[in-house]
Ligand binder design. Structure first.
Ligand code: KG4
Ligand code: ZN
Length: 339
């Protein structure tokens, strides 16, 4: 039995978890900072770093206490060291290095996005791999071929806005709050997804990359642009706003589903997994699941607790790095970009 303490501070959630053997989550504490950033309409890096400093000690203590473990029971400390806000990553990294040194346990550096790709496997009795993983969050939109926990190949990624970022920006355009994804989804429920034909940016015919900045601009022009709807936001009825939200959501989901199926044909796998904060979107889950069923593919979405940023996925993937002897020295650095 191998227990890892995981630490995650790459963006605006302060999280610590204890996970045994890469699958058995004994605790997963997440302190969200959403309330601190809401009034700015996005994550403010300086505020995120300060909040991580204030909260991390007690989050780690709580994770250890809920898991009923002492430092003696911990075999290694896994920490997100990329990608993310460097000032925020450094807080988790410093804590992890300190504990690794004080407890005399190995330090394991984990790539946050690869941990998202691995997250659908957490808690499952048998491995899901090989699979195509669609990871959609506020910072990333990526397709991976996951052949095993430490064999994760990036197939495509967003060239500009991430899907969650597009939801957040469209929420701002529509005068909704932050984070915008859940609010756009809620508004979309009363709208017609076919009302407006927003662009579906597919890039080159065989490209597995994404681009969502065009659709965001299309929504902006639809509301404020020449000859479309006059009078801006105030002139729109609740029904028209709902139609915009539903049509925007439909076009983002269409692109996500089509590119995922392209990745499936390209790799020849029979399993699709979904993770990241935008996986909370029920319309996306249903669309992907329906498409998989019609093609006789296995579909598995990560449980919501492991979709948003969390340390359980860091400790879980960290276990597999540890098994391979892939441990880090105390000069492990933080990086804004992925590996
Ligand atoms: O994975 P996550 O918690 O943090 C990042 O690593 O970015 O994802 C947060 C993102 C935000 O952009 C949020 O608006 C989006 O996920 N999101 C959603 C929904 N719930 C959260 N987007 C669309 N529909 C949702 N229901
Ligand atoms: Zn994330």
């Amino acid at each position: 039995m191998t227990a890892l303490l995981g630490i995650e501070t790459s963006c605006d959630e302060t999280s610590a978890a204890v996970v045994v053997d890469g699958v058995d989550v004994r605790s997963n504490i997440v302190a969200s900072q959403v309330d601190l950033h809401a009034k700015y309409g996005g994550v403010v890096p300086e505020i995120a770093s300060r909040a991580h400093i204030e909260r991390l000690d007690s989050v780690i203590e709580e994770a250890m206490s809920i898991a009923k473990v002492t430092p003696n029971d911990i075999d290694a400390v896994a920490v997100t060291n990329r990608p993310g806000l460097v000032g925020a990553l450094v807080i988790g990294l410093t804590a992890a290095k300190t504990l690794s040194w004080a407890w005399g346990r190995p330090l394991v550096g984990v790539d946050h996005i690869r941990a998202h790709a691995y997250s659908p496997a957490i808690g499952l009795p048998a491995p899901l791999w090989p699979a195509v993983a669609l990871i959609v969050s506020g910072g990333h939109t990526s397709l991976f071929l996951v052949e095993g926990p430490t064999s994760i190949e990036l197939l495509g990624a967003t060239l500009d806005d991430a899907a969650g970022e597009a939801f957040d920006k469209v929420a701002t355009i529509l005068g909704l709050g932050y984070p915008g994804g859940p609010l756009v989804e809620k508004l979309a429920r009363g709208g017609d997804p076919k009302a407006i034909d927003f662009p579906r940016t597919m890039l080159e015919p065989h490209s597995l990359d994404f681009s969502f900045s065009g659709i965001k601009t299309a929504v902006l022009y639809h509301i404020h642009g020449r000859g479309r709807t006059s009078g801006g936001l105030e002139a729109l009825s609740q029904r028209q706003l709902a139609d915009i939200a539903a049509s925007f959501q439909r076009s983002v989901i269409d692109v996500l589903v089509r590119k995922t199926m392209l990745a499936v044909s390209r790799t020849g796998v029979h399993t699709v997994v979904l993770g990241g904060g935008v996986a909370a979107n029920k319309t996306l889950r249903t669309a992907l699941e329906t498409e998989c069923q019609s093609r006789r593919l296995t579909f598995h979405a990560a449980p919501m607790a492991y979709c948003t940023d969390n340390a359980a996925m860091i400790a879980a993937l960290g276990f597999h790095h540890l098994q391979r002897g892939d441990v880090a020295a105390l000069d492990l650095d933080a990086y804004a970009s992925g590996s």
